[in-house]
Design a protein around this ligand. Structure first.
Ligand code: NDP
Length: 239
């Protein structure tokens, strides 16, 4: 039987790329989104539409979803994964970095929800997986604005779940601890970046993106009447 369409935002690296690969192995047709076209193309997955776009562009996102649905049918899964982490001290950080995190991690996530939710509610079926972070559950040094965005993801997800559960739409929050990806690379404060790397080494390593991808697949592939509301996963030695 033909599997339904799954969409992954931020599929060009890290957790999103690993999730795209895992879902493709399971036979789902995919819409993969991110800004770096070459990285999306390099995944080279079958039954896949790729569109290079910024998730803060609500119109571009909705139109990519509409195009993919024309080709593959209705969206059954949205993995709202695109995100940026720009660590910094509140007193010295460029507020433009706060804007970027709020725009991508919060408004970009809302844009993803907007692009698929009405269809899911009308069909009384669909799953939205919002990738938050353990930093959406507890705070860490130099993470204030990032934690703010991820606490928001938890709040949005839980509120949305309450709103649409009666229409059989599932909302799942995945909250990983530290994962080996490109995420830290965008932080501009070199001392904070070094400190974070040392912290990871002291722990003896962090999660692999493939582990988070498999967790997303597991949560999604539960029977429709089961909604795993939230999974927090981290390296065993992460405090
Ligand atoms: P990566 O930096 O490897 O991946 C981030 C992805 O988001 C990339 O594909 C990037 O694509 C995409 N992205 C960033 N900005 C935009 C944008 N404006 N429009 C569209 N896509 C965008 O990091 P991770 O894989 O680690 O991050 C994925 C998610 O996991 C994030 O939400 C992050 O907060 C979360 N997370 C990560 C943890 C970690 O330790 N790594 C821990 C907990 C949560 P492109 O640059 O091509 O646009």
């Amino acid at each position: 039987m033909q599997k339904p369409l799954a969409i992954v935002t931020g599929a060009s690296s890290g957790i999103g790329a690993a999730t795209a690969q895992r879902l493709s192995e399971r036979g789902y047709p995919l819409l993969l989104l991110g800004r770096r076209l070459d990285r999306l193309q390099a995944l080279n997955l079958p039954k896949t539409m790729i569109r290079a776009l910024d998730v803060t562009d609500r119109i571009a996102l909705a139109s990519a979803v509409a195009e993919a649905e024309q080709q593959f049918g209705p969206t059954d899964l949205l993995v709202n994964n695109a995100g940026v982490m720009l660590l910094g001290s509140m007193a010295t950080q460029d507020p433009g970095e706060w804007d970027r995190m709020l725009d991508v991690n919060v408004k970009g996530l809302l844009n993803g929800i907007h692009a698929v939710l009405a269809g899911m509610v009308a069909r009384r079926r669909g799953t939205i997986v919002n990738v938050s972070s353990i930093a959406g559950r507890k705070t860490f040094p130099s993470h204030a604005a990032y934690c703010g965005t991820k606490f928001a993801v938890h709040a949005i997800s839980e509120n949305l779940r309450e709103e649409v559960s009666g229409q059989d739409v599932r909302v799942i929050t995945i909250a990983p601890g530290a994962v080996e990806t490109e995420l830290l690379g965008h932080t501009t404060d070199e001392a904070i970046k070094r400190g974070y790397d040392e912290w990871k080494q002291q722990m003896g390593g962090v999660l692999e993106a493939a582990t988070v991808a498999e967790t997303i697949r597991f949560a999604y592939e539960q029977p429709q009447h089961v909604c795993i509301r939230e999974i927090v996963l981290a390296a065993t030695r992460q405090p």
